[in-house]
Write a protein that binds this ligand. Structure first.
Ligand SMILES: NC(=O)c1ccc[n+]([C@@H]2O[C@H](COP(=O)([O-])OP(=O)(O)OC[C@H]3O[C@@H](n4cnc5c(N)ncnc54)[C@H](OP(=O)(O)O)[C@@H]3O)[C@@H](O)[C@H]2O)c1
Length: 184
């Protein structure tokens, strides 16, 4: 079974990605790109990130990773959300034409970066206060295929740079612990 896995993340210059279970900035252009990119596909996120969003995002399937799936599938279930205990379980229920977008937070990025065929990275060009950090991503196996710079303005608190990175592999399919991944 071949599946596509991509990652979307925004990181400040000092590695910060979150504060008090929310995003530490307002970047409208980045949110709009996130929506365009993920619409019609599947969002895979940690339970804390889901709780910070608070509801499933329209037009996308929401899969939440938790070690307490039984609890969330029961009395605390949120309609429209699929709770899973592994990424394998998340991929199992996914329609073949859909991309699984790994969308955070830090715990999820760290564990599943090795599965990713494509990375959508927003570099927030500032040192930002926060309590959740990500180490620099190892990009040796990736190639930069797209780059776009954005200035700060009324709706975008900091200047930023969007980078799209594609994993460079010999074939367009490579194996992981949970099956084959197709590089798109
Ligand atoms: N800048 C960005 O692009 C971006 C994107 C997304 C989120 N964020 C920020 O990141 C912060 C949240 O990140 P976080 O690292 O604290 O939390 P998180 O990754 O969103 O969620 C962590 C939770 O995921 C579940 N989990 C993690 N690994 C698991 C595994 N192997 N198996 C089963 N369940 C697993 C656990 O849930 P249970 O405790 O229920 O078991 C764990 O407590 C927030 O500030 C958020 O705003 C930033």
């Amino acid at each position: 079974m071949a599946k596509r896995v991509q990652m979307v993340v925004a990181v400040a210059r000092n590695g910060v990605i979150g504060i008090e279970d929310r995003l530490p900035w307002q970047l409208r252009a980045d949110l709009m790109r996130f929506k365009r990119l993920t619409m019609g596909h599947c969002l895979f996120m940690g339970r804390k990130t889901f709780e910070s969003i608070g509801k499933p995002l329209p037009g996308r399937e929401t899969v939440v990773l938790t070690r307490q799936a039984a609890r969330y599938r029961g009395a605390d279930a949120v309609p429209g959300v699929r709770y899973v205990e592994s990424i394998e379980e998340g991929l199992e229920g996914l329609a073949p034409e859909k991309i699984l977008f790994i969308v955070g937070g830090a715990e999820i990025y760290r564990q599943f970066f090795h599965c990713v065929s494509e990375l959508h990275l927003t570099r927030v060009l500032a040192d930002v206060s926060g309590d959740t950090k990500l180490d620099p991503l190892p990009l040796e196996s990736f190639e930069l295929v797209e780059l776009e710079s954005f200035s700060a303005d009324l709706h975008n608190q900091w200047p930023s740079r969007y980078e799209r990175w594609v994993r460079v592999v010999d074939s367009n399919v490579f194996s992981t612990s949970f099956g084959n991944i197709v590089c798109s």
